[in-house]
Ligand binder design. Structure first.
Ligand code: GAR
Length: 194
């Protein structure tokens, strides 16, 4: 069997998607890759605790001192094959993304091309979906290029919206029914095809 691909997960917050990835490694859903680094641009991100609990190396780049150069160096130092954005609340520049063609994945909490692009992240996505009154939303895993949420789509999954959903209940549903399932599957697919 070929060597496992080296994965870096970039996070900013709670890290439930990171947890889904860690769990998927344990259960064997992800078998062609291994998370060797978790990088956060928020020193208070709970995702860092999740990484430490799983024995994964962490790097924190303080928001005030944040530079893409630091991230790039960390990717080179760790010989990263695949970068996964799992709730990473910063848009990466064209200069950065073009260094990793089809080597950066992102999970977005809507059915792209709805409710995506600049300014659409986290709870805001679900607030806008409810404002519009859509009856179906979902999640998308896609490759990252220079256009925010504009790269090739890998997987999508629909989630029904209930009349009494709030942004918070909808966010939870989309995570449970779509994001946490799609992201590990996409990682395995991409690593196995590398
Ligand atoms: C997730 O819902 C993810 O899809 C979203 O942020 C949340 C992070 O949660 N990402 C974006 O909105 C990116 N545009 P987590 O830290 O618990 O994984």
């Amino acid at each position: 069997m070929s060597e496992k691909k080296r994965i870096a997960v970039l996070v900013s917050g709670g890290g439930t998607n990171l947890q889904a990835i860690i769990d998927a490694q344990k259960s064997g859903i992800i078998k062609s890759g291994e998370v060797v680094l978790v990088l956060s641009n928020n020193e208070k991100a709970y995702a860092l605790e999740r990484a430490k609990n799983a024995g994964i190396k962490t790097i924190t780049v303080k928001r005030s001192a944040y530079t893409e150069g630091q991230i790039f160096k960390a990717m080179m130092d760790e010989k990263i094959d695949l970068i996964v954005l799992a709730g990473f609340m910063t848009v990466l520049s064209e200069e950065f993304t073009k260094e990793f063609p089809r080597r950066i994945l992102n999970v977005h909490p809507s059915l792209i091309p709805s409710f995506c692009g600049k300014g659409y992240y986290g709870l805001k996505v679900h607030e806008e979906a409810l404002k519009k009154g859509v009856k179906v939303t979902g999640a998308t895993v896609h490759f990252v290029n220079e256009i925010p949420d504009g790269g090739e789509i890998i997987f999508q999954k629909a989630v029904e919206v209930a009349d009494d959903d709030t942004p918070e209940t909808l966010q939870k549903k989309v995570m449970e029914q779509a994001e946490w399932i799609l992201l590990p599957r996409a990682i395995e697919k991409v690593c196995s095809e590398m």
